[in-house]
Design a protein around this ligand. Structure first.
Ligand SMILES: [Zn+2]
Length: 86
């Protein structure tokens, strides 16, 4: 979403409605996408702590429905794990 006029973000560097420069928004969205991808890979590798950290960071940068779902999964898995030594 454009931070100036709140028009829907369409993946362009310039807002189609108000002309604001959205380069920073695109950069942050791409960084969040890479973090979600890395979080999913960490889940596959069984590193739930790393997955949780990456998923949380991605949501802090750019909130998305996919990121929210990923956070839910990461936190659910963490709480479901037994304590060390159990
Ligand atoms: Zn705009």
């Amino acid at each position: 979403m454009c931070p100036v006029c709140r028009a829907r973000f369409r993946g362009a560097r310039e807002c189609s409605r108000c002309g604001a420069d959205l380069t920073i928004i695109m950069t942050l969205a791409a960084a969040a996408w890479r973090m979600r991808k890395a979080a999913r890979q960490a889940l596959i590798e069984g590193d739930t702590d790393r997955a949780r950290t990456l998923a949380s960071q991605s949501e802090a940068i750019c909130r998305t429905p996919a990121g929210r779902s990923l956070c839910t999964v990461c936190f659910s898995l963490r709480s479901a794990q037994p304590e060390p030594g159990c």
